[in-house]
Design a protein around this ligand. Sequence first.
Ligand SMILES: Cc1ncc(COP(=O)(O)O)c(C=O)c1O
Length: 411
Amino acid sequence: MSFSLIGKSIAQSATLKLNEIAAILRAKGEPIIHLGGGEPKSKAPMDAILSAASLLNSGEIRYTPADGIPALKQAIIRYTEEFYERKVEPENVIASSGAKQSIMVALQAIVNPQEEVIFPAPYWVSYPEMVKLCGGIPVPVYPEDGSFYPRLKDIEQVVTSYTKAIIINSPNNPTGAMYSEDFIAEIVEFCEKRNLYLIMDDIYHRLIFDGRKPINCYKYAKDLSENSKLIVVNGVSKQYAMTGFRIGWAIGNKKLIEIMTNIQSHQTSGPSVVVQAAAVGALNGVQSAVENLRQTLENNRNIMVERLNAFDGVKFTIPDGTFYCFADFGAYGARYNNDPTKMAYDLLERVRVATVPGNEFGMKTGCYLRLSTCGSVKDITEGIERIKWVLDPNSPNELYIGERKLVRDWL
Ligand SMILES: Cc1ncc(COP(=O)(O)O)c(C=O)c1O
């Protein structure tokens, strides 16, 4: 059988496989704790539900403009004014089926085969595959100091004449690291100077802790004309707990948005009108849900940090935002040949805890697992306790999961 070179180059996701096994086990009644998830557990805002329901009730469910209905564009324009102090026009805005599609369509609009796209590692799993789907070459950058905070000089070193774009995701999936205002200023200036596209993936920008404020990249742009190569991506998935609705957006220069719209029009004809209505409801409605979620996540982050601190040998950087904690279990990695996928499978098999192995995010050192703080406090405390029981030889020999008594015979 013959398949396309690009199709064959796209990696299978170990995460999906692990999630599938976890789902099957849960359906069989197994006491799964899911620390692998990338979505808040809170309900979508009532204004989103009512707005979508009212449209559904009308029965008038039609095609929309490929780049989004005017009401959604207006809501995005208002959001951009509020959080980025920037007034944009409808022609600068495209709404897509998730921030994922906005990024994909942006890359399709700018990347030629063999051109390179740079992004700091560890990185969101989809960046390399999206670049490959465009025939481009993904270039992950590993900060030289081994931290999760890239410096401009790390990036400068990998820029070549083939570099087309840089993607920055802050706060970051999977590390939770929020890059400094100085770094954002430097990268905006650098991209302008080198005439590179800069895609700011701001999907977690309001889910930040310890009194931090979202960073506005436009503050550092000298060129805010229609020649600007700054693309800002955001969406409702994370901050409004609306992952299943699939609405994200990009703000960019008018020509770029026109090309993105042309591409999107041939892919999906634009997002479903029902979920566009829901996003309008969320963006224009009562905003307390976002702050409530942020507070819950900060509290969960604190509990995760406290529990991991009590776990000898586990190294991690305290997350500044998002709902992830990227922890290095390398002290316990020998049994797994330092392969986090083997560790993740073992944890799922022995104590029914689902995590995401760090190699999925391009992490090449240590034995990292991404742990999610989206679940309940009980999920976090019990999940870490179970992980500790499997890995740490100093933990007691027996563990109870509900009524079930487990006896450790491998350490
Ligand atoms: C860094 C990052 N960007 C973009 C997305 C995609 O968001 P959406 O659900 O809006 O497609 C995700 C989702 O996991 C993400 O983690």
